[in-house]
Design a protein around this ligand. Sequence first.
Ligand SMILES: Nc1ncnc2c1ncn2[C@@H]1O[C@H](COP(=O)(O)OP(=O)(O)OP(=O)(O)O)[C@@H](O)[C@H]1O
Ligand code: SF4
Ligand SMILES: [Mg+2]
Length: 405
Amino acid sequence: MLFRKRNTTQSEAQGEEVKKSAPKGNAHYLSAKESREIAKSNARTIREFEKKNKVKHVDESVYTCEMKDENNIVEFDDLHTYFFTDAGVSKAVDGVTFSIPKGATVGVVGESGCGKSVTSLSLMRLVQAPQGQIVSGAIRFNMGDKAYDITKMPLSEMRKIRGKQIAMIFQEPMTSLNPVFRIGYQLDEMSLLHKKCTKEEAKAHSIEMLKLVGIAAPERVYRCYPHELSGGMRQRVMIAIALSCEPRLIIADEPTTALDVTIQAQILDLLKEVKDKIDGSVMLITHDLGVIAEMADFVVVMYAGRVIETGTTQEIFNNPLHPYTIGLQKSKPVVGRKVDRLYNIPGQVPNPIDMPNFCYFKDRCDRCIEKCNGEYPHFIQVSPTHRVSCYLYEDMQNKEGGSNE
Ligand SMILES: Nc1ncnc2c1ncn2[C@@H]1O[C@H](COP(=O)(O)OP(=O)(O)OP(=O)(O)O)[C@@H](O)[C@H]1O
Ligand code: SF4
Ligand SMILES: [Mg+2]
């Protein structure tokens, strides 16, 4: 069988230099021999990662770390999460660095497949194993009195944090809620697991949470199965489950995509309200710039597994710098602005198995300069909160005294 050709092998992904002869004939496909080599190499690499993941007793000092800034709840630091597939190594997250400040909402935007969900799943240690693995980098999580590097934690310890300290609201509640258990059972489970309370206390707390998320008949809904509820109610239940243990961080991965516009607005208001109530932080993943404008304090723009621009919401909306961010803004419909055709960014995201060694956006960029043929652009700090990875702003860095990471 033939697969599409790729440039990177698993061994290269781990830094080993492996030279392979390109297949003769059609350069876009892998030969059966190469496929076998990839499969063998994948099996070897995955075995090594899984061996590390399965270690149960790891001393706390191994994964205890220091936050770079105590005011952050999470710091992603050069995170690489790869998928070892039959066609080669898919670099889904390829060196992501950004922080989530305490009490803030950080919106993560970017087109489909740019690595938003994989970044959040890495934070929860829920990347689809064994093919998906955190290869390198750190994710520092502020526990209050200490900080942990989540990438080094044993899974048994991670289970104590998941749900209690970091909760996740998924895109499609029907697939996240278990269809064979009643809502009450799924809500009680959180309190019973993390709070060590009695069944009666858990039930009372669950009904309280259902009330908090605006469910009108909480006792009835407590006894319902997920299929008996509407989409909006199911998403409210998901939020109730997520908030049950008053987490320090809520990850909301496209929380309103499956809902109609009015319910969307209600769910977003609810999310804002409960965030303030528990004084937590939110990582809001969406491809909807309108949602970001309304909800987020800071914005992280991702493209092809990398962060390409970050800033406050005002900076990103009033002064977008990266040609990709500018393209995203132009492709957003605006009330009162008449256009024959909405702008769309030409071309496609490069194949994550076959990334170029220059700016990943170059093939779609209409503002290329000579330098863009060189290596991938470094970050340029244009203000204390605004940074961009693009050669067009090198002068700005010099004038404004920004730094180059
Ligand atoms: N289980 C998997 N196996 C192989 N590749 C995967 C897997 N999950 C994700 N990927 C790849 O990782 C890349 C990033 O995917 P991710 O789900 O993070 O995108 P996203 O930005 O969340 O997109 P969307 O907006 O569509 O949800 C994609 O190229 C995807 O194909
Ligand atoms: S570095 Fe060059 S190719 Fe990349 S976005 Fe900037 S101008 Fe475009
Ligand atoms: Mg996603």
